[in-house]
Design a protein around this ligand. Sequence first.
Ligand code: NAG
Ligand code: NAG
Ligand code: NAG
Length: 298
Amino acid sequence: MASSSTCCSNSYYTFLSLFVRVILLFSCLVKPGLAAGSNFNQEFDVYWGDGRAKYLNNGQLLTLTLDKTSGSGIVSKKEYLFGRIDMQLKLVPGNSAGTVTTYYLSSQGSNHDEIDLEFLGNLSGDPYILHTNVYTQGQGGREQQFYLWFDPTANFHTYSILWNPLSIIFYVDGTPIRVFRNSASKGIPYPNNQPMKVYASLWDAEDWATRGGLVKTDWSQAPFNASFRNYKANACVWANGKSSCGTNSTKMPWFSQELDSTSEARLHWAQKNYMIYNYCADTRRFPQGFPPECTINT
Ligand SMILES: *[C@@H]1O[C@H](CO)[C@@H](O)[C@H](O)[C@H]1NC(C)=O
Ligand SMILES: *[C@@H]1O[C@H](CO)[C@@H](O)[C@H](O)[C@H]1NC(C)=O
Ligand SMILES: *[C@@H]1O[C@H](CO)[C@@H](O)[C@H](O)[C@H]1NC(C)=O
């Protein structure tokens, strides 16, 4: 009998807590600032992995899967020339060593431009590395790596790429972690004339990802899953040689956004405490002196 009363009071509380959650959910949904992200189904094509990329919740959620046979990836249908792209990611939990989850912008062709965020997995409890890079005119080699100040597998976090004619800024939950400024006037190529698509993928890179390739993928944990939601592209769509922004681009705040002093301070906080590799400080790699942009992007 005691067990039946336990049962009933439990279910009463379960009902109550469910009710409260439903109310909370609705109060979130109606807040104008929390508009749902774009529909993955409408905005992306699966370019790799067939059924391993799945659109759920009416296209509001994407899961990418990696197993021994294949990883998976999606690419945006639209191309953009400048934009602010936001995406929320929840990374592969548990032993994710050897796996790499990516989210990046890239143009086509051999002299391509690319703006990269890659999340290098690790053994359970060991930190992920957020690996960033910028390619201009086919040339990369501008790696900066960071630890995160939270467990990126426990919840969704927002990773943003701001790309405008002045600079490229990488953000984690609104905190800038990296800036690459337009220094074309000083002869450093800047991505400003090749439209890019948005990509996301999950793949295996056990030969280099975790502790430089020392830790291999544990396939007994497969399939590995990463989740994506709240994709937002505040961006100029490039089609038929024209930008959807026309001459209006100057009216869009992100188009001329730069780091103000508060964001500069946040950037320095993130770099001081969480940056673990910076090509601009790698004297072994650049014994003759650092690439020219290094003095500009600090
Ligand atoms: C994995 O954990 C080790 C040990 O803490 C650390 O050295 C390494 O930077 C971490 N991340 C990756 C991707 O190797
Ligand atoms: C990954 O997702 C698949 C289905 O898509 C599921 O069967 C599997 O259990 C998930 N793996 C983990 C570790 O959550
Ligand atoms: C520019 O803005 C005006 C007014 O806001 C709008 O009517 C027009 O369609 C916009 N043009 C483009 C190309 O977006």
